[in-house]
Ligand binder design. Structure first.
Ligand code: NAD
Length: 331
């Protein structure tokens, strides 16, 4: 039976991962859990937000389900999420955004997949003050990482019956960095004649996604644009409460919701567990527990269609655990 590393996370993370864990167990998935602490609790207890034991556990088990981790804004320690992705070589961030039944949204039939490069770009963390009144951040784009992420997007498209890959960039302005990304994308695209390829400048991409998301399929882009566009795509299908994600590398995979730790709601049994539950479903599909994954997807759809036992963001009054209970009852 596979062992999954479980990182409860900060803020609302513990209540969300506990809800997801209950649903996964109730679906009959054959998994055991190894719980390890990262983030604020680990900082208090071990003096570091990312103890070596966390990385060792994920490397050993190769699969993790993770709650969101809080990162201080502007000051304080570096993002643990970014450090974890870099330390484990989780180069691809996969964020599907698909319309689910019964969810209030301005858009119908959205079915997009954001593939975000996860290891470099402005997230390389090379920034510093230049004197007292200026600051500088260095954007790193490499041929290796760019070709690897675009190839990932095409392989994903092939494996999942997708028809088109769109590369997103700002190569008109950042001719060197984004220019390299775009050149790599065009070169890799030639290896996949069965899949259509096009590119969009990121500002135009935002406009297009808001006006006609149905024209797009798989989107691949550098780290920062991926962070922003995936929140935009979450907004097209009902918000952050329903958007799951996966961080994938050659060896290991870490599944987590797109949203953050929503600390203002921590401990209130209020926020939507679906993004974490659906991240768990992606995890089950990854490890081959496809029957349990399909059962959860069907149960989620039943609960959403009924529209009663859902959290505030979906127009309901259920708490986090009550929504998870409803999904368990529908399994
Ligand atoms: P956030 O995603 O935590 O929350 C923004 C807002 O989105 C919330 O106030 C809430 O209104 C809504 N929301 C988020 N999750 C929801 C859910 N499950 N159900 C219903 N509504 C939900 O973003 P933030 O406030 O910008 O960031 C909070 C912290 O999370 C920061 O420290 C940030 O660095 C961190 N963060 C972590 C990750 C991660 O762990 N991968 C990702 C993003 C942000």
């Amino acid at each position: 039976m596979p062992t999954i590393t479980l990182i409860p996370g900060d803020g609302t993370g513990p209540e969300l991962t506990s809800a997801a864990r209950r649903v996964i167990e109730a679906a009959g998935a054959a998994v055991t859990w190894e719980v390890v602490e990262a983030g604020e609790k680990a900082l208090e207890r071990y003096g570091t937000p990312l103890p070596e034991e966390v990385l060792a556990s994920i490397r050993r088990n190769r699969v993790a389900l993770k709650g969101p981790l809080t990162t201080p804004v502007g000051t304080g320690f570096r993002s643990v999420n970014v450090a974890l992705r870099q330390a484990l070589g989780l180069y691809a961030n996969l964020r599907p955004a698909r319309t689910l039944p019964g969810i209030p949204s301005r858009y119908q039939d959205v079915d997009l997949v954001v593939v975000r490069e996860n290891t470099e770009d402005l997230y390389a963390g090379i920034e510093h003050m230049v004197g007292e009144d200026a600051a500088e951040s260095i954007k790193i784009i490499t041929r290796r990482a760019s070709e690897r992420i675009v190839r990932f997007a095409f392989e994903y498209a092939l494996a999942h019956g997708r028809h088109k890959v769109t590369a997103v960039h700002k190569a008109n302005i950042m001719k060197c960095t984004d220019g390299l990304f775009l050149a790599c994308a065009r070169k890799v695209a030639e290896e996949y004649p069965a899949i259509a390829f096009e590119d969009r400048i990121v500002d135009n991409m935002c406009l297009q996604l808001v006006q006609k998301p149905e024209l797009y399929d798989v989107l691949v882009m550098p780290n920062l644009y991926g962070d922003i566009i995936s929140d935009l795509c979450a907004g097209l299908v009902g918000g952050l409460g329903v958007a799951p994600g996966a961080n994938l590398g050659e060896e290991v995979a870490v599944f987590e919701p797109v949203h953050g730790s929503a600390p203002k709601y921590a401990g209130q049994n209020k926020v939507n567990p679906l993004a974490t539950i659906l991240s768990g479903v992606m995890m089950l599909e990854h490890i081959g527990e496809t029957a349990a994954a399909a059962r959860i997807r069907r149960a989620v759809e039943r609960v959403l269609r009924a529209g009663k036992q859902v959290t505030y963001d979906l127009g309901g009054q259920a708490g986090t655990q009550e929504m998870a209970d409803a999904i368990i009852a529908a399994l």
